[in-house]
Design a protein around this ligand. Sequence first.
Ligand code: NAD
Length: 506
Amino acid sequence: MFARLLLPRILPSHKLSSCPQGLPASLVRSSAYVGGSWLRSSDSASFPVLDPATGAELLQVDDCGPRECREALKAAAAAFQTWREVPAKERSALLRKWYELMIQNKEDLAKIITAENGKPMKEAVGEIVYAANFLEWFSEEARRIYGDVLSVPMKDRRALVLKQPVGVVTIITPWNFPSAMITRKVGAALAAGCTVIVKPAEDTPLSALALAELAHQAGIPAGVYNVVPCSREKAPAVGKALCTDPLVAKISFTGSTATGKILLRYAADSVKRVSMELGGHAPFIVFDSANVDQAVAGALASKFRNSGQTCVCTNKFLVQEGIHDIFVQKLSELIKKELHVGNGFEEGVTQGPLINEKAVQKVEQHVGDAVSQGARIETGGKRHDLGKNFYEPTLLSNVTTNMLCIQEETFGPLAPVIKFNTEEEAVAIANSANVGLAGYFYSQDPAQIWRVAERLEVGMVGVNEGLISAVECPFGGVKQSGLGREGSKYGIDEYLDIKYVCFGGL
Ligand code: NAD
């Protein structure tokens, strides 16, 4: 009797009885999505999703545990047997349909992002288009999964190479791009013929569930895309259930390096494939030869997007002596002129709140540490009057490499500037990090451009450009920034196994 009561419950209707004001009831969901149905958590536990701008509770979402994970794993494993056999052209058409629904609903999806993540609506709409583009891109790539015919020295043999889907994939994502971090993985996985279970970040589960509603409407078959939301407290148990189960062939994770290492250990125990998109500490180098106005504009874009909460946001500015003072002066002026802090739903706001108070405390700690060691505040430097999750866009000069903000990822609106003398010195500081995701530099010297682009120990380089992400280009890092690449023509390989078939006796 007890066991029966604890079985997950499939909801008769997926619509919410009441939806937070201003959010689209047609897309807001609060239960897990498993095997094509909306599933309540077995113990009726739930967790709150908060609006980071006001601290108010948006709604309660079902807090899933290992039991719901097991249901999702079984659904994904069963669906894999049929999804892998669906012709690529049909998989492609379904992904395309999903893409079209995202574009049709882009304003509503963006409202959900702004509500749960805080980023300004303009950025949220941009994220939805970027996220949808991954579905479009991989709907096209689905039809270009080619094998090979190899020539071998034995006359009576022929050798073939087949590419086959790896199987069921566990996907764990962060809150800073609640939609795009999901589609970048799911688009590639589904195109390859894999099925997935997504565990979204506890701060932003609504975007993942809205995507499930649209996947349902697009006709993505039951069990192919599953979502299991859970609280931070349950994340370790859910992560373990989803990453150690023998039904799972691959783990794809985006988030902090610390969590990535835990999941890598799970993967090692049962030798699962992995993709890891982890933390960064992007350098932004401005050489004396740079066009200073271009560099300042690039600096603003690369540092303050999403209030500094992206893995490719600049973490440290390195500016050569000859151009240093003018760069700092112009960047300070541009920050004051262009950046407007406020609620992401308000017109003209460019800087929303940080995700939570812990994030604000980290920025405070980094600024306090730097100032206590001699850094100078050029602008900002404290919490914003608007409330506890808002922090002023901040520029620090006179920064040195021993300061916390140069040693750890800040993940907030803090721009620390180090003055340097020679190219070798700048490259050495840039490469001193144990992570290497993105790096940027500004120079008008072609020989220097080649040299530095080749020497920077990162996976992605912006030369005279501060915004580099595009679905067509490979995204990923080196060192402790992770393993594998997402997007681009390479992204689908992460979800394919290579099989060699030898034909003998010919
Ligand atoms: P996080 O590692 O704390 O959380 C990410 C996800 O992991 C969340 O869904 C969380 O619930 C889950 N998680 C946490 N502990 C877990 C556990 N023990 N088992 C299973 N799952 C667990 O990271 P965050 O603070 O949400 O995100 C910020 C980090 O993500 C930054 O370091 C940033 O650089 C990185 N990031 C990297 C990329 C990239 O592509 N390289 C993109 C975005 C963010």
